[in-house]
Design a protein around this ligand. Structure first.
Ligand code: ARG
Ligand code: ZN
Length: 881
C-alpha cells in the first residue's frame, strides 16, 4: 500500500508530456503470484522539448526486472527505477525509440483491487484512475493516447478465456498446457481504459446491428451456471445501443462489445474500451434474487458504461480535474435514458431524492468541492456524488438553457470537434456557446464554485395592477477553500397557477429573461414582475428541479396542496407534498426531544392520502409520495444539534398518524395493487409493487402484531416483495419470533447466493436502535462474511454507517468507535474502500454535543494512527478540519 506523502496535485500545474507515445504492445504471461508483463512502448520527443530531458514514467509498488532500449539492454547508469517511478536518461533527441519494460507482479496479493488482481480465480483489471501504473511503468495520465496490442499467455485449462480491449486478432496453443490470444484496439486510448480478463467463465451471446448496418457481437461473461441471470443486462445493453443512436446519433465502433461480471469490485462498473468490467451486483438479475430497484440500477449502469464509449472513451479527459467532463455528462445521459425507458417524472423524483440525500450533505459539509476541482491529494476520493450527480445537474441545466434541440446540436459539435482528443470542461462548454451564441461565462461558475446555492423568494400580488411581483435573492454558502463567491446563472423553471388549477400566462415580464417556463436569475437579487395576471397566482418554483438549489419560499399549506393537486409537472406535485410534510417532521423531532406529544397537520395528511388513492396518478409516483424524507434528510433540514433518537421517534409518530388516518386506503391498496401473472420487471409492474409495499409498511405501523407482515413474507414470490416484508419484520418487529424465523429462513434459502446475503446483511445493519451494533459484530464472525469483499463490507458496515442514524449514532459513541477500528483494518487491504466508508462521518458536526464529541474522538483515533493510506488520510484530515 502507498502511504501518504502529503503531496497535493494542482490543476494550475498541468502541462503536456515531453514525449509522445505512438504505440503500446503488451505481453502478459499470467501466473497467480508471478505474472510477467512486457511492455513495448514507442515514443518520440514532443516538439520544442529540451533534447536532454529524461523520460519519467509512473509506477506504483513496481519492481523492474528488465529494460531494453531499441532491443538492446540498457546499462544501469542510464536509468533510475524506484517502486513508483522509472526515469530514463540519454534518449534519442528526435528519432522515435522503443523501450521494452519488464515487470513481475503478484495479482493474488493485490487486495486493493487496483491494477491486475484475482477475483474468484479470474484475472481482472481496474485501471481508472491510476491503476495501470501498478502493472507496468507508464505515462499513466489520461492525455496520453495510443493504440494498444495485447498478447495474453496463460494456462489453458484454468483460463480458457483470454480477453482484452478492441478486436480479437487470433490465438493458438503455446506449449506446456498454455495458450495465447492477441487483441488489437485501433482507437487510441489512455491507459485507464485498458482491461484484461482471463479465466473460466460462462457467456451469454447476442448481436446488434447498428444504424449503418454493421453487426456487433455482444457477450456478457458471468460465473458458470449464472448465464440465465445475465439476460436482463443483455436486453438493457441492446436498448442502450439503440437509444444512443436515436437520441445522440452515436454508433458503436468495434466489432465486439464485452461485459464481464466479477464479484470483487471497488465501484459499480468500469467502461474499459470494448471490455466493460462490472460489479456482478449490477449484472445479475432474476425475480428470485433481484428487487425492482436492482433491475433499475442494472439498466442504468449498463447504459452508463456503454454511453462512456463516446463520452469518456472517444473523447476523454485532459487530466483528472476534468473528471466531470465524462462522468457528469454520462450520468446526464443515463438519466435521460432511464427517463425515456421508464416514467420521466418518477425517474426525476428518484434522482432528486438521491441528490438531496447524498450530494447536498457533501456540498454542505467538510468534503464540499467544486464539480471541477482545482486541487486533490488523492484522485480516488474525487469519484464523488458532486462530480457525478451535481455534474449531471450542471449538464442538464445547459440543456435547459439552450432547449433540447440546440443542446443536441451542441453535443454534435462536441463529438465532431473533439473526437479522439483529451479535453477540458472549457472545451465542452465552448461547443454550447458556439451553437447558441449565448455567453456561458457566468453559467460556468457552476463548475467552479462549490456549495448548494440558497435562493430566497417572496411574492406579492397587486390586484389593481393585475401584476405579480417576485423578489429573488441568491446566496452562495462558504465552502472549504472558497469564502467569497459570485452570483450564478440559475435557470429556474416556474409556473403560475390560478385557484382553479389552470396555468396563468403573463402578457409580459420585466426584471428577468423568461424563455418558455425558464426564468433566468443572474444577479444576487432580482425583482421580477409578471404583468397581465388576472387573479392571485400560486407559484410553482423550480419545476422538475431544474436547478440544484435549496429554496426558501414560504407558501401556505393551502397553496402547496393546490400545487400537489393541479401542477402538470408531476415532479412539482411530489415536491409540494414533501414541502407540506417536512415542517411536521421537523416539529415532530423537536417535540420528541422535549418529550412533548407529536402532532401532524391534517392538510398534509389529507393531501398525502389523496395522492395515494388518486388512480389517475402512476402507482410508482404514489409510492414515492408515501416515502417520507428519511431520518438523515430530516437531520440535514434541522441543520444542527441533532439528536438521532428524537428524529427517529418523531418521524415514527408521524408515520403512525398517517397510518391510522389512512388505514382503509392502505388496506385497499394492498389488496388492489397485486401484479397478477408471471413476474415482469417492467416499470409499471414495479410501480404497483412499490405502492403495495408502501401500503404494507404503513399498515404495519398501526398493526400491533407482525401477523400481516409475516403473511406477506410467506406469500412473496419475488425478491422485491420478499425483502420488503423481511425489512418490515426486522425493523418494525425486531424482537418477535416471526422476525427471527424470517431472518433464519431467508438466510437458509439464499446461503449460496452472495448478492442476496448482502441484502440480508444490509436489512439487519439498518435495524434502528442501539442493539444493532452487537448484531453486526456477531454477523462479522459468521463464515458468510468475507472481509476482503467490498460488497459484503458495504452491505454490513456501509449500511450501518450511512443508513442507520440511531444504531450507528447511539449515544454512547460505540458506533463511531467501531467504525474507526474497521476503517483502520480495511485500510490495510483496500484504501479506496476504507476512504469511501469513512465519508459516512462527514456530517458529524451537526450532531448534538455529546455525540459530536464521541465522533470527534473516533476520528482522531484514525487521524493519530500510523501508516494511513493517502485515501484515508485525505478524508480524515478534511472531515476534522
Ligand atoms: N469510470 C467508472 C464509472 O463509470 C468509475 C471508476 C472509478 N474508479 C475508481 N478507482 N475510483 O463510473
Ligand atoms: Zn462513469
Amino acid at each position: 500500500m502507498r502511504t501518504d506523502t502529503g503531496q497535493i496535485v494542482h490543476l494550475a500545474d498541468y502541462r503536456p508530456t515531453d514525449f509522445v507515445l505512438e504505440r503500446v504492445d503488451l505481453t502478459f504471461d499470467l501466473h497467480p503470484t508471478e505474472t510477467k508483463v512486457e511492455a513495448r512502448l514507442i515514443f518520440h520527443r514532443s516538439e520544442g522539448i529540451d533534447p536532454k530531458a529524461p523520460l519519467v514514467l509512473d509506477g506504483d509498488e513496481l519492481v523492474l526486472s528488465g529494460l531494453l532500449l531499441d532491443q538492446t539492454e540498457l546499462p544501469a547508469e542510464h536509468y533510475t527505477a524506484t517502486p513508483d517511478s522509472l526515469t530514463v536518461k540519454d534518449l534519442p533527441e528526435s528519432a522515435p525509440f522503443e523501450l521494452t519494460i519488464t515487470t513481475v507482479i503478484n495479482p493474488e496479493a493485490n487486495t486493493q483491487l487496483m491494477g491486475l488482481y484475482r477475483t474468484s480465480g479470474v484475472y481482472c483489471t481496474q485501471c481508472e484512475a491510476e491503476g495501470f501504473r501498478r502493472i507496468t511503468y507508464f505515462p499513466d495520465r489520461p492525455d496520453v493516447l495510443a493504440p494498444y496490442t495485447v498478447n495474453i499467455i496463460a494456462d489453458k485449462a484454468a483460463n480458457p478465456l483470454l480477453l482484452s480491449n478492441g478486436n480479437f486478432l487470433g490465438g493458438a496453443g503455446y506449449g506446456e498446457g498454455k495458450h495465447f490470444a492477441a487483441w488489437f484496439d485501433p482507437h487510441p486510448k489512455p491507459s485507464y481504459l485498458f482491461a484484461l480478463v482471463a479465466g473460466d467463465l460462462g457467456v451469454v451471446e447476442d448481436t446488434f446491428v447498428t444504424a449503418s448496418g454493421r453487426e456487433i457481437a455482444l457477450k456478457i461473461y458471468v460465473e458458470h451456471g449464472k448465464e440465465p441471470r445475465a439476460t436482463y443486462a443483455m436486453d438493457a445493453l441492446k436498448r442502450s445501443m439503440t437509444w444512443d443512436e436515436e437520441r445522440f446519433g452515436r454508433e458503436y465502433d468495434l466489432d465486439i462489445f464485452m461485459i464481464v461480471a466479477v464479484s470483487d469490485f471497488n465501484m459499480g462498473a468500469m467502461e474499459n474500451k470494448g471490455l466493460n468490467v462490472f460489479n456482478d451486483k449490477y449484472v445479475l438479475a432474476d425475480p428470485d434474487i433481484a428487487t425492482d430497484a436492482d433491475y433499475a440500477s442494472i439498466e442504468r449502469i449498463i447504459a452508463h458504461e456503454y454511453f462512456h464509449n463516446w463520452t469518456g472513451n472517444r473523447i476523454t479527459c485532459r487530466d483528472w480535474f476534468q473528471l466531470c467532463l465524462k462522468e457528469g455528462l454520462t450520468v446526464y445521459r443515463d438519466h435521460e435514458f432511464s427517463a425515456d425507458q421508464r416514467s420521466r417524472p418518477v425517474t426525476r423524483i428518484a434522482e432528486v431524492r438521491n441528490l438531496k440525500s447524498e450530494q447536498f450533505p457533501e456540498d454542505g459539509g467538510p468534503l464540499a468541492h467544486p464539480v471541477r476541482p482545482t486541487t486533490y491529494r488523492e484522485i480516488n476520493n474525487f469519484y464523488t456524488t458532486t462530480v457525478y450527480e451535481k455534474g449531471s445537474e450542471v449538464t442538464s441545466m445547459i440543456a435547459t438553457l439552450l432547449g433540447r434541440d440546440l443542446f443536441r446540436t451542441g453535443m454534435d459539435l462536441y463529438f465532431d470537434r473533439h473526437d479522439g482528443q483529451a479535453v477540458t470542461i472549457e472545451d465542452f462548454v465552448k461547443c454550447f456557446e458556439d451553437v447558441s451564441g449565448r455567453d456561458l461565462t457566468q453559467f460556468s461558475l457552476w463548475y467552479h464554485q462549490a456549495g448548494t446555492p440558497l435562493v430566497t423568494a417572496s411574492g406579492a400580488y397587486d390586484a389593481a395592477a393585475k401584476s405579480f411581483t417576485l423578489t429573488l435573492e441568491q446566496m452562495q454558502p462558504a465552502t472549504p477553500g472558497q469564502t467569497s463567491k459570485e452570483p450564478l446563472h440559475i435557470p429556474l423553471r416556474i409556473a403560475l397557477i390560478a385557484e382553479d388549477g389552470t396555468l396563468l400566462t403573463p402578457t409580459s415580464v420585466t426584471g428577468a429573461e423568461l424563455t418558455d417556463d425558464v426564468l433566468h436569475l443572474t444577479a444576487r437579487t432580482q425583482t421580477v414582475v409578471f404583468h397581465g395576471i388576472p387573479s392571485r397566482p400560486v407559484l410553482s418554483l423550480n419545476r422538475s428541479f431544474s436547478t440544484p438549489i435549496n429554496l426558501q419560499f414560504s407558501q401556505s399549506a393551502k397553496d402547496l396542496a393546490l400545487i400537489a393537486r393541479y401542477e402538470t409537472d408531476h415532479f412539482a406535485r411530489w415536491q409540494a407534498l414533501i414541502d407540506l410534510g417536512l415542517p411536521n417532521l421537523l416539529q415532530a423531532a423537536r417535540d420528541a426531544r422535549e418529550g412533548a406529544p407529536v402532532t401532524c397537520d391534517a392538510v398534509f395528511i389529507d393531501a398525502l392520502l389523496a395522492a395515494a388513492s388518486d388512480e389517475s396518478l402512476e402507482p410508482a409516483f404514489r409510492a414515492l409520495a408515501l416515502a417520507l424524507p428519511s431520518e438523515a434528510d430530516i437531520g440535514r433540514e434541522l441543520g444542527g444539534d441533532n439528536d438521532p433518537d428524537a428524529i427517529h421517534t418523531g418521524r415514527r409518530a408521524i408515520l403512525k398518524q398517517i397510518a391510522e388516518a389512512g388505514k382503509d386506503i392502505f388496506a385497499s391498496l394492498y389488496d388492489s395493487m397485486q401484479t397478477p401473472g408471471p413476474f415482469s420487471p417492467d416499470a409499471a409492474s414495479a410501480g404497483r409493487r412499490a405502492l403495495r409495499n408502501a401500503a404494507l409498511t404503513y399498515l404495519s405501523q398501526s398493526d400491533d402484531s407482525p401477523a400481516r407482515a409475516k403473511a406477506a413474507y410467506d406469500a412473496a414470490n419475488n425478491m422485491t416483495d420478499l425483502s420488503a416484508a423481511l425489512t418490515i419484520l426486522a425493523h418494525r418487529f425486531p424482537d418477535t419470533a416471526e422476525a427471527k424465523a424470517a431472518l433464519k429462513d431467508f438466510h437458509e434459502r439464499f446461503t449460496e447466493n452472495a448478492l442476496v446475503i448482502d441484502k440480508w446483511l444490509a436489512i439487519q445493519a439498518a435495524i434502528p436502535g442501539a442493539a444493532t451494533l452487537d448484531r453486526i459484530q456477531g454477523l462479522m464472525e459468521t463464515p458468510l462474511f468475507k472481509r476482503a469483499n467490498p460488497n459484503r463490507m458495504r452491505a454490513l458496515v456501509g449500511t450501518f454507517a450511512f443508513s442507520n442514524p440511531t444504531g450507528f449514532g447511539r449515544a454512547d459513541g460505540a458506533g463511531y468507535r467501531f467504525l474507526a477500528q474497521e476503517i483502520l483494518d480495511i485500510d490495510q487491504r483496500n484504501p479506496q474502500l476504507a476512504a469511501r466508508i469513512l465519508t459516512s462521518m462527514r456530517s458529524w458536526r451537526s450532531l448534538e454535543p455529546v455525540r459530536a464529541d464521541h465522533a470527534r474522538s473516533a476520528l482522531m483515533q484514525i487521524e493519530r494512527a500510523g501508516g494511513l493510506s493517502t485515501d484515508v488520510r485525505d478524508i480524515v484530515d478534511r472531515i476534522l478540519k
